[in-house]
Design a protein around this ligand. Structure first.
Ligand code: 5GP
Ligand code: ZN
Length: 134
């Protein structure tokens, strides 16, 4: 039995990642432990409707990789982040909101009200958005 103090730095990082994935609702959705109707998925991202929609179209596009927030994006994630936009664009068209317009929102940290610490983009459309954005 190894105590936490005896773990190497690498093992501590791995332990922290596994723990955060275990307790992360979006990782559990990706894993199939919580069932959601998946609108789109590929090897890098998954998309499903927000449980508390704020507009007729409210889709969450999430990375399959557990990244806690924009603050935790790494250089190697650059194309993955670009891919989120690409999928958002396709889903906006599929939902028929590409011409009327839509918002893509990525909340980061407490002041933005981030509730789920797993990188995701909100695709919100189907009605005129309220301004100003606070
Ligand atoms: P955030 O505030 O972190 O940007 O947004 C998290 C979003 O995830 C919220 O809009 C919330 O309604 C949504 N959400 C939280 N848990 C679940 C869930 O289990 N299923 C779905 N579909 N959406 C969820
Ligand atoms: Zn996660």
């Amino acid at each position: 039995m190894v105590t936490y103090r005896e773990l190497s730095f690498w093992n501590r990082q791995t332990y922290a990642l596994i723990y955060s994935m275990y307790s992360c609702i979006f990782c559990r959705i990706i894993d199939g432990q919580i069932s959601e109707q998946i609108l789109y998925q590929d090897e890098r991202v998954s998309a499903f409707r927000d449980i508390h929609p704020v507009a007729p179209t409210h889709i969450l596009i999430i990375t399959k990789k557990h990244i806690a927030s924009v603050n935790d994006i790494e250089e190697e994630d650059e194309s993955l982040v670009g891919h989120l936009f690409n999928v958002a664009r396709q889903l906006a068209k599929q939902e028929g909101v590409d011409q009327t317009g839509y918002r893509l929102i990525v909340n980061t940290g407490p002041h933005a009200g981030q509730g789920v610490f797993h990188l995701h983009m909100h695709l919100i459309g189907g009605q005129r958005a309220r301004y100003p954005i606070g």
